[in-house]
Design a protein around this ligand. Structure first.
Ligand code: SAH
Length: 236
């Protein structure tokens, strides 16, 4: 049975979506098979987000991530976890969707990266353990404003030195584009999309002892993502 929308149950709806329609849609977009023009645009935009994060981490450690522990929270099918493990990091990917983790495990099985790459079904707010770096890409779009403080606070508590987030920024033009998008009904519009002001996210990071030291905006016709890298500040 699918979850119905009542106030406060976004998470159940999101989980349901990423186990069904969302899984089919995103597996295709994050894969390498044929896609339509819109999906191609989103695939390319998302790939730029992944590439940017990989580049930042590579740059910070001269291309070799051996010995670093990374948590990929809301990892989807492992689009980021895989390249990071291939660079030597020990990556723990987790996601609330069984279907996404199933696909991530299928992909990992072909790569023979051993213990360096593991995937687990988990709500990111229940992640335990601690990691050098915690990364959470394109998940905040599923979180309403009222829930992001707790969510980011939890991720921050798991990160020893770095926290990298990407999200759809809330600014005039994107609010307008989102409104236009909502005028067109379609089967893919089954979850709500939440945009967040960049300054709000920065303030939450700061309240948790993290300062933003790198940022990049990735924008194409149908894909928008603000990436922030924050590091634990000395006095925190
Ligand atoms: N980070 C991945 C996937 C982004 S799609 C990437 O960039 O490739 C968003 C993912 O967030 C979906 O797989 C969805 O199942 C997951 N998600 C949403 N809410 C979550 C939560 N509370 N805990 C863990 N995963 C969550």
């Amino acid at each position: 049975m699918s979850a119905t929308r009542t106030p406060g149950n976004d998470k159940a709806i999101v989980k349901d979506y990423f186990n069904t329609t969302g899984f089919d849609r995103w597996r295709r977009i994050y894969g390498d098979g044929d896609v339509n023009k819109v999906q191609r645009d989103i695939r390319d935009g998302h790939q730029r987000t992944v590439d940017t994060v990989v580049y930042w981490l590579k740059q910070a450690s001269k291309g070799d991530l051996t010995g670093q522990t990374i948590c990929d929270a809301g990892c989807g099918v492992g689009s980021l976890s895989v390249p990071l493990a291939e660079l030597g990091a020990t990556v723990a990917g987790s996601d609330i969707s069984e279907a996404m983790i199933g696909e991530a495990n299928d992909r990992a099985a072909k790569l023979h990266l051993g213990d360096r790459l593991s995937f687990e079904v988990k709500d990111l707010e229940a992640i335990d353990g601690s990691y050098d770096t915690v990364i959470c890409l394109d998940v905040l779009i599923h979180y309403p404003d009222s829930d992001i403080e707790k969510m980011i606070g939890h991720l921050a508590s798991r990160a020893q030195s770095k926290l990298i987030l990407s999200f759809a920024p809330k600014s005039g033009i994107y609010v307008l584009l989102k409104k236009i998008g909502e005028l067109f009904p379609g089967p893919s519009k089954t979850t709500r999309a939440y945009l967040h002001p960049v300054r709000d996210i920065i303030a939450i990071l700061r309240a948790n002892g993290f300062e933003v030291n790198r940022r990049e905006f990735i924008g194409s016709q149908f894909y928008f993502s603000q990436i922030l890298e924050a590091v634990r500040s000395e006095e925190a």
